[in-house]
Design a protein around this ligand. Structure first.
Ligand code: SAH
Length: 255
C-alpha cells in the first residue's frame, strides 16, 4: 500500500479496486470515488494527453515514445500527496532519497535508446535503477523484454507493487547491483541508466549487443553530469556526449 497511503478510507475498504488492472473500468464502477485526489481525477487521460503535447512541442518526435508516455499513468508511481504534480515536468521524491525522473528526461532517454530503429519494438533492454518503476513501465511499451534492476530493496518492492496493476508480462524486476549489469539477460539491444556514475561500467559494454546503445548519465571531468550515448558497432564503441542532466548517483552494492 505504499502507493496510496493517504487515500480516502472509501478506497481502503475495497483494496481490490485499488489494484484493479483496468483502472478506468474500476473508476466507472465507483463513480463517486475519484481515482486520484485533486488535479488528477477520473480523466487522467486528458492530463496525460496534454503532457504528451508538451513533450512533442519540446522536440520528442518518436511516435512510439509519445504513445507510451500517453499510456502509462505516472500518477500511479508517486506518493498520494504528490499526485497533483504527477504530470508536471518535474522530478519527485519516491522515498529512500531517490526520485522519479522528469517526464521530458524519460521521453528523451527512451527516444535516444530507440535510436535509429525505424519501426517496431526494440529487443531486450536493461534498465539500471528501477526506482518506482515508472520508466520500466514506459520501456515495457517500446521493447520486447525489459530487465530492470534496483539496489535498494525498499524501492524494488515498491516498484513491484506499483507495476502490478499494469500487468506488463515483459517487464522483469530484479534486486541487485546494476553496476554488474545482468549477464543472464545479455546481450541487450539497449541499456539505460537512471543513475549517474563516474564512468560507464565495463559490464554494461560487455553485455551490449552489436548494434545496441547505452544511454547513461555520466560525470564529466568538470564534475557535471551529461547524457552519454555509446553505440556498439562491429568495429568500435562510438561515444557521444549530449546535454547536461541531474540524476541521483550510481552506487555499488545493495541495501
Ligand atoms: N527509473 C526510475 C528512476 C529512479 S532514480 C523511475 O522511473 O522512477 C535511480 C535509481 O537508481 C534509484 O532508485 C537508485 O537506488 C538506483 N540505483 C543507483 N545505483 C544503482 C545500482 N548500482 N544498481 C541498481 N540501482 C541503482
Amino acid at each position: 500500500m505504499n502507493r496510496r497511503p493517504g487515500f480516502p478510507a472509501r478506497l481502503d475498504r475495497s483494496p481490490t479496486q485499488v489494484r484493479a488492472p483496468a483502472p478506468r473500468v474500476a473508476a466507472q464502477a465507483r463513480p463517486a470515488a475519484p481515482s486520484a485526489p485533486s488535479g488528477v481525477g477520473l480523466d487522467s487521460q486528458a492530463i496525460r494527453t496534454r503532457m504528451v503535447t508538451r513533450l512533442a512541442a519540446a522536440g520528442i518526435a518518436d511516435a512510439r515514445v509519445l504513445a507510451a508516455m500517453g499510456r502509462i499513468e505516472r500518477h500511479r508511481f508517486v506518493d498520494s500527496a504528490l499526485v497533483n504534480q504527477a504530470y508536471e515536468d518535474t522530478s519527485l521524491p519516491i522515498g529512500l532519497g531517490q526520485t522519479i525522473s522528469k517526464p521530458s528526461v524519460v521521453a528523451r532517454m527512451v527516444e535516444l535508446l530507440l535510436g535509429a530503429l525505424p519501426a517496431g519494438r526494440l529487443g531486450r533492454v536493461l534498465e539500471i535503477g528501477t526506482g518506482c518503476g515508472y520508466q520500466a513501465a514506459v520501456l515495457g511499451e517500446v521493447a520486447t523484454e525489459v530487465y530492470s534492476i534496483e539496489r535498494l530493496r525498499g524501492l524494488h518492492e515498491k516498484a513491484r507493487e506499483n507495476l502490478r496493476p499494469f500487468r506488463l508480462p515483459n517487464v522483469h524486476l530484479l534486486f541487485g547491483d546494476g553496476m554488474q549489469g545482468f549477464a543472464k539477460g545479455a546481450p541487450y539491444a539497449g541499456i539505460i541508466a537512471a543513475a549517474g556514475g563516474e564512468a560507464v561500467p565495463q559490464a554494461w559494454i560487455d553485455q551490449l549487443a552489436v548494434g545496441g546503445r547505452i544511454i547513461a548519465p555520466t560525470l564529466m571531468p568538470d564534475r557535471r553530469q551529461a547524457l552519454v550515448v555509446l553505440e556498439k558497432t562491429p568495429r568500435e564503441l562510438r561515444r557521444s556526449v549530449l546535454e547536461g542532466v541531474h540524476f541521483v548517483p550510481l552506487k555499488s552494492g545493495i541495501a
